[in-house]
Design a protein around this ligand. Structure first.
Ligand SMILES: Nc1ncnc2c1ncn2[C@@H]1O[C@H](COP(=O)(O)OP(=O)(O)OP(=O)(O)O)[C@@H](O)[C@H]1O
Ligand SMILES: [Mg+2]
Length: 304
């Protein structure tokens, strides 16, 4: 099957402050995204996400490597027509209304007036801005602007949607709404590629993720596999014993109200502790696997 997005050995460097040398930012990125997927591009600040995305959408020229979208070279016009893009910091003419801005985008796509009107109405509904489309952009909340940016990315009915940090600045309700919106776009068969520096943004919605650190992809796969394969430790919460008993079960046990919490690396160790707790008349209240976070992966990769 032809990949929706195919990146091979992508390299990019920027000139240093005084232009005396070049600083490598992308050091050979390889990525492949199948059509219809929601794909997460995860990495800490400064890892190279935006640089990669700018190369994908043709805003930056790579120093080396290849980018193909739907089988075509990324820097062809034909290719751009199938692409919707939400930049990291969308900039709008803020005296326009939402509808005016979307109309303008439609015009840039060369849509005929009737088609444009129909499509603009459609995307306004799609992103949940119906009834608010006459609001001037300068009066829009961060959430409304983010939706407007998304609507703009959707005007041309793209097969591939590229979103750079779409969750930034949204409150929990806004995040949930955006997640639902992305999933409904996925249902319509689009390929969605989005970046974030927050692991939690990826949960509940991505099919696969690539983790980029310092210009290299360090992990790729199903998010669940990446995280569950890497439980960092377990926390066991128990009660019903006194402080001396708790100290005997595990030195350095933490006390919280009437509970004790101990940490262990393996399930074997945990089972041993549970037996001890029960033999002393205590009871287990909870067992929590503490999973790897992006920071842990980052620290691990940096420490290599
Ligand atoms: N125009 C530029 N000139 C010089 N250096 C740049 C330029 N743009 C980005 N950089 C540097 O390239 C590196 C990668 O930046 P990039 O914006 O791609 O990271 P990012 O992963 O998108 O980070 P964030 O999560 O903060 O958005 C950073 O060290 C940044 O300082
Ligand atoms: Mg960025």
């Amino acid at each position: 099957m032809m990949a929706a997005i195919e990146i091979k050995e992508l390299e990019k460097s920027y000139p240093s402050t005084f232009g005396t040398r070049r600083i490598p930012v992308l050091r050979g990125i390889d990525l492949s995204v199948e059509p219809g997927m929601v794909y997460g591009f995860l990495g800490p600040n400064g890892a190279g996400k935006t640089t990669t995305i700018k190369c994908m959408v043709g805003l930056l020229r790579p120093d080396g490597g290849q980018i193909r979208l739907l089988g075509r070279d990324a820097d062809t016009l034909e290719c751009r027509r199938h692409l919707g893009f939400l930049p990291e910091n969308p900039y709008f003419y803020d005296y326009l209304t939402i509808r005016e801005l979307l109309n303008l985008s439609g015009r840039l796509f060369g849509m005929a007036p009737a088609e444009r009107r129909r499509r603009v109405d459609e995307v306004i509904r799609l992103v949940g801005l119906w009834g608010r489309e006459e609001t001037r952009l300068r009066k829009c909340s961060k959430g409304m602007l983010q939706r407007t940016g998304l609507a703009q990315a959707l005007v041309g009915d793209p097969e591939i949607l590229i979103l750079d940090e779409p969750f930034s600045g949204l409150d929990p309700v806004g995040r949930k709404e955006l997640r639902d919106l992305v999933l409904s776009l996925k249902d319509s068969g689009r390929t969605i590629f989005f970046s974030s520096h927050i692991l939690q943004d990826m949960e509940l919605m991505v099919d696969r993720v690539a983790i980029i650190i310092n210009g290299r992809i360090v992990r790729e796969g199903h998010l669940d596999d990446l995280i569950s394969a890497t439980v960092r430790h377990y926390e066991l919460v128990y009660a019903g014993v006194d402080e001396t008993a708790a100290a005997r079960i595990a030195p350095g046990t933490e006390r919280r109200d009437s509970h004790f919490i101990l940490r262990a690396q393996t399930l074997e160790e945990i089972n041993g502790k549970i037996r001890e707790i029960q033999s002393m008349g205590g009871r287990v209240e909870a067992l929590v696997p503490v999973k790897l976070t992006l920071e842990d992966i980052f620290m691990h990769e940096v420490g290599k």
